[in-house]
Design a protein around this ligand. Structure first.
Ligand SMILES: [Zn+2]
Length: 313
């Protein structure tokens, strides 16, 4: 017999909690573990609140302009729609550079291989604010309002290492700052009209459907970015409203939309018995993400990461 609390949550989330508790769905002791589930729900709820206040503290030294991008979004009329190169060495620049570099991870040399590569050695060349159009900002805000009307009935899947939006709004639409690598040819279109799955470039698989992929792990997104004639690559840091995120343990390539109840797919990592090494999230509506910063970077000549060894010297 399942406890009341477990009946209120979807089968996918149930599976996740059952694994946390290390019990089978038909375990007769499950009903007695109902309060443990309750505690788990509280624990993750509390983590979200803690994360948000930690993010706010981190942001104290940043400029008001930066704060408005990482915290409560400005009104469309107040947003400065100009590309601005952040001054190297400034608090804003160092904060974002650190976020980028600290999100580089080790990866498998090849798909299916057990050999993990060295963490990439990267030089950040420039960080710029993205001059997205007023219309994009309006659409993003409208989308967040729409999502906030749906009660986020389930515990949002944690994106452990990602920066959460430090909003003061009482409604939480599960907003994260996530990276997105793309070919140079897609940059203008992303800035003007937002992210679209067709921009993702030839290297992109569609493991979790025909959506737009984001990750807190820069080295994961790096695979989808291409070098220009200077060896420079480009990556966006976007504000993404994940809303009710549907966890997926296995590939589901045919998904094109999620309907009303869910707003994103969250790929579970191998650590959680999923299929990927590092977390990623997929959205299917372009208005759920706002490109906020553009990183120009390059791999150092001495880099021995899986991307460099694959593409050769
Ligand atoms: Zn490399």
């Amino acid at each position: 017999m399942k406890s009341a609390i477990i009946r209120q949550i979807s089968p996918s989330i149930q599976k996740w909690f059952l694994r946390e508790l290390n019990v089978k769905p038909d375990d007769p002791t499950l009903s007695q573990k109902g309060n443990v589930l309750g505690e788990l729900l509280c624990k993750y709820g509390k983590t979200l609140v803690d994360d948000s206040s930690r993010a706010r503290r981190q942001l104290q030294n940043l400029s008001p302009g930066m704060m408005s991008l990482l915290g409560d979004l400005p009104e469309p009329k107040d947003y400065v729609h100009e590309e601005k190169k952040l001054e190297a060495g400034s608090e804003d620049y160092c904060f974002l550079r650190n976020l980028f570099l600290s999100s580089l991870k080790s990866h498998r040399r090849e798909y299916g291989s057990d050999e993990m590569c060295a963490t990439a050695l990267i030089d950040v060349v420039d960080i710029l604010t993205v001059p997205f159009p007023e219309e994009q900002l309006k659409q993003y805000r409208t989308t967040c309002e729409r999502i906030s009307k749906h009660e986020l009935s389930e515990v949002p899947m944690p994106m452990d290492t990602a920066l959460r939006a430090a909003t003061s709004a009482s409604t939480d639409v599960n907003e994260y700052f996530l990276f997105h690598g793309c070919p140079w040819g897609a940059v203008d279109s992303i800035v003007k009209t937002g992210f679209h799955w067709k921009h993702s470039g030839k290297n992109t698989g569609c493991m979790y459907g025909q959506g737009c992929y984001f990750s807190p792990v820069t080295s994961k997104c790096d695979q989808y970015s291409e070098v220009d004639e200077h060896g420079h690559k480009v990556m966006f840091l976007a504000r993404v409203a994940l809303g009710n995120s549907l966890p997926r343990w296995k590939r589901c390539t045919d998904v094109t939309t999620l309907g009303e109840k869910y707003h994103s797919i969250c790929a579970m990592t191998r650590e959680s018995e999923g299929s990927v090494d590092h977390p990623e999230a997929v959205i299917f509506q372009r208005t759920q993400a706002l490109p906020c910063f553009k990183f120009i970077y390059k791999h150092k000549a001495s880099c021995n990461c899986f991307v460099c060894t694959k593409s050769g010297p």
